[in-house]
Every structure is written in C-alpha cells, then in structure tokens.
Design a protein around this ligand. Structure first.
Ligand code: FES
Length: 137
C-alpha cells in the first residue's frame, strides 16, 4: 500500500476539509476534533461530492419524543439528497449493509519521516580492520 502526502496539517484545521486526487480517485479528507478521516468523494446514490456535505451528529431514538445526539461532526450529509455516511466507517445509516462509501486510513506524520520517504537504499555497516575494509551483510 503506497503512502501519499496530501497536505500539511495546517492546511486542514479542525473542522476543515480538503478534496484531493490520488491515482485519479477523488478523496475527501476531513479533520474532526483531533482526528482525520478520508472518504471516497462520490456518494453511492448519484455521485454527489461528500466533501461539500454538511457535517452533523449521530441522532438515535428508542421511540417518539426520545432522542440522543452523539458523535458531533462525525456524520457527513450528502449535499444532493441528504444521505448520511459515518466518517469512521463509510457506512450509510439508510442501509449500513449494502450502502457505503470507501474509507481510507489517514495519519499525521512529522516532516522528517515524510522527507525520508520510502526510497531508501539498503545500507550495510563498514569498518576498517587493520588494512582491510570490511562490509557486514
Ligand atoms: S447523490 Fe448523495 S444522496 Fe443523492
């Protein structure tokens, strides 16, 4: 699985979002509180951009007049017809078994690690013993 640097952390402040393209795939990155989430940016209904959707909360009820609100900002509502998707799983609350958008792992890493990148040549310890250069494999 390849790693892709998509933004500096400052580009996506808490409550912010950014649409990026990786290998031709539009991916919406969301920053909610101290966490980042990434979803494929096409709603499975008719293709609305989830990056343009409103972030809302999970509302649950056991009956009329009873409701609980939780997970503030972790549900995205599609701007076209209002279907809602969980940022953590990509699942839809309309039909969680059949309807979901793909989600991707996101991490924030220090610049030193990003600069280091995956392009490292293999190195070996070298020492000089007497008049001979010795490489350890
Ligand atoms: S395109 Fe997203 S709900 Fe219709």
């Amino acid at each position: 699985m390849a790693r892709h640097v998509v933004a500096t952390a400052a580009e996506i402040p808490p409550g912010g979002r950014k649409l990026v393209e990786i290998n031709g795939r539009p991916i919406a990155i969301f920053h909610v509180k101290d966490e980042y989430f990434a979803l494929y940016d096409k709603c499975p209904h008719e293709g609305g951009s989830l990056c343009k959707g409103k972030l809302t909360s999970l509302v649950e009820s056991d009956g009329p007049g009873d409701y609980r609100v939780s997970r503030q900002g972790e549900i995205v509502r599609c701007p076209w017809h209002g279907w809602e998707f969980d940022l953590r799983t990509g699942k839809s609350y309309c039909d969680p078994v059949k309807m979901r958008v793909r989600n991707y792992a996101v991490s924030v890493e220090p610049g030193t690690r990003v600069v280091e990148g995956p392009y490292l040549a293999e190195t070996f310890p070298v020492s000089v013993e007497g008049e001979y250069v010795v490489v350890e494999l």
